[in-house]
Design a binder for this molecule. Structure first.
Ligand code: UDP
Ligand code: MG
Length: 318
């Protein structure tokens, strides 16, 4: 494929928006300058994820100004970034889609690398975050910890720092749009789909304006969803843990009982029988609760899948 034939192809940007009123215009200009200076045809599909600020009005005005470039979908309420991205991907008409945050944290400059790698035959080009300027310690180490856990329980090679900022070929978009599960982390599903893949490292920018719409609570939920949707290995792991703890407590219990009642407490531990019992009961109750909690997570996941509700509800689109 030559450079010219790539330039005759159309790129669809999918940008989920949740309360980004101070970022949209600035970000649009950055994108527009980028693609115009390279004579690349493109469209932007904004997905307003139930913003409560002025975001939707700003997008609607942009759409009137640039009817060929700007399209939008607005959801009936806040469904979360994953659902919003899914809604956007379902409206893609270009030869490739680029998923991008609307707050300026994903540098448009590396789209040059995305395009080159796409041109050379890759179907998925993933942005890998090497660092995040001024990122809070909780998010930074939280995300490191999450990837470590995912790697441990999932057993698969999960690359840390993998983001939604990526280019995907039209054929990957088509396959993605066939997936129906509700409990979804877009990047994990895209990784699951496979296809020929390349990576581009980038340094995340600071958010242009506003604050992250992802609360720690949402991030924690995303991490849990990622783990539960990824593998059922925790189920086997807790079963193993449970049996280990039972074995150990049985052995320790027997040893302490022999020490006290048969050998006549030579170590002078003076452990009472009821203290021993109480200790083990609390211990085991804790384990049972952990197991139940994990089971509940899987059940919840199954529950939501079987409800088969739509992933999002569109209020208006243009
Ligand atoms: N976003 C969204 N719905 C939400 C939360 C966020 O569409 O419920 C959008 C947000 O407007 C931004 C992108 O998803 O374009 C990333 O969100 P954010 O910057 O809050 O997350 P972080 O950068 O902390 O991952
Ligand atoms: Mg952000």
């Amino acid at each position: 494929m030559t450079k010219n034939s790539i330039n005759s192809q159309r790129i669809s940007l999918v940008i989920p928006i949740f309360n980004e009123q101070d970022n949209i215009i600035w970000h649009f200009n950055e994108i527009n300058d980028f693609f115009e200076s390279r004579s690349i045809t493109y469209e932007i599909i904004y997905v307003d994820d139930g913003s409560s600020d002025n975001s939707l009005n700003i997008i609607e005005e942009l759409q009137v100004e640039h009817p060929k470039i700007v399209h939008f979908i607005t959801l009936s309420r806040n469904f979360g970034k994953e659902a919003a991205t899914t809604a956007g991907l379902s409206a893609v008409t270009g030869d490739a889609a680029i998923i991008m945050d609307g707050d300026g944290q994903h540098p448009i400059g590396i789209v040059d690398d995305f395009m080159t790698l796409w041109k050379s035959g890759n179907d998925v080009v993933v942005g890998i975050r090497t660092s995040n300027k001024n990122e809070g310690a909780v998010k930074k180490y939280g995300s490191k910890l999450f990837y470590a856990i995912l790697k441990f329980i999932g057993g698969k090679d999960v690359i840390s720092g993998t983001t939604d900022f990526r280019l995907i070929d039209k054929k990957v978009v088509t396959e993605f749009n066939k997936l129906t599960e509700r409990n979804r982390v877009t990047r994990n599903l895209l990784d699951w789909l496979g296809f020929k893949r390349a990576e581009v490292p980038f340094e995340a920018e600071e958010r242009h304006a506003g604050t992250a719409g992802y609360s720690y609570r949402k991030l924690f939920k995303l991490a849990l969803d990622g783990i539960v949707a990824h593998s059922t290995r925790p189920l086997k792991f807790i079963a193993l843990l449970g049996s280990m703890i039972s074995t150990i407590s049985a052995i320790v219990g027997v040893m302490l009982a022999i020490q006290k009642y048969i050998l006549g407490d030579p170590l002078s531990l003076s452990v009472t029988g009821s203290a021993l019992l109480a200790l083990f009961v609390t211990f085991l109750v804790g384990i049972v609760l952990v197991c139940q909690g994990l089971l509940a997570l899987y059940l919840e996941s199954v529950y939501y899948e079987t409800q088969n509700r739509p992933l999002y509800v569109i209020r208006k689109h243009r």
